[in-house]
Ligand binder design. Structure first.
Ligand code: HEC
Length: 158
């Protein structure tokens, strides 16, 4: 009798663990079958690039080279995201035109060369606009920012 009740207890416990392990996986299946994976739009990616472009300028002119290095790499990563995700947009084919000017800014940053940074940043900005013109978004004109894009980040290190 004692053996039987131990056996019953084991079976009960086993069935409890079965329930808790099967329930979440059933829920997961329901979620994955209804929710589409998030895909950022080209305009959204460009707005992120715009923010990094502005931060890059203030990092560079304040000779905060580590931050400038970080910002130019963020720009590079976001252009890569655009290449990877926006395969259905014909404009994506023109993206490689920006690669050379990104590399020039990166080189100036790594050499901690302020005049070269300013020149290469201007060329980068001109290339953003050349692409906008060539893909008929000429009304989106990017310029060198005149004020920091945010007030809650230090661009000049003390
Ligand atoms: C393929 C060439 C191309 C290059 C290179 C490019 N852009 Fe764009 N950009 C576009 C296109 C296309 C759009 C419009 C996207 C949309 O909304 O569909 C756009 C839109 C924008 C917008 C408008 C976003 C908004 O909502 O107001 C900004 C800002 C922008 N780009 C910044 C930049 C900056 C900064 C660079 C350079 C560092 C750059 N772009 C380089 C093609 C390019």
């Amino acid at each position: 009798m004692k053996t039987l009740s131990v056996f019953v207890l084991i079976v009960l416990l086993w069935s409890c663990t079965q329930q808790t392990t099967t329930q979440p996986s059933a829920t997961t299946t329901a979620i994955t079958s209804t929710v589409q994976p998030y895909k950022p739009g080209l305009g959204e990616i460009m707005s992120v690039i715009q923010m990094h472009h502005a931060k890059l300028w203030f990092a560079g002119i304040n000779e905060n080279w580590k931050l400038a290095d970080y910002e130019i790499k963020e720009i590079k990563e976001n252009f890569q995201t655009a290449k990877d995700f926006e395969t259905d947009r014909k404009e994506t084919g023109d993206l490689p035109m920006i690669d050379g000017s990104i590399d020039s800014v990166l080189a100036a940053v790594q050499q901690k060369n302020l005049p070269a940074f300013k020149n290469s940043f201007q060329s980068l900005t001109n290339t953003c606009n050349s692409c906008h013109r060539s893909v008929n978004f000429e009304f989106n004109v990017v310029s060198i920012p005149t004020a920091p894009p945010v007030t809650n980040q230090e661009f000049k290190l003390k």
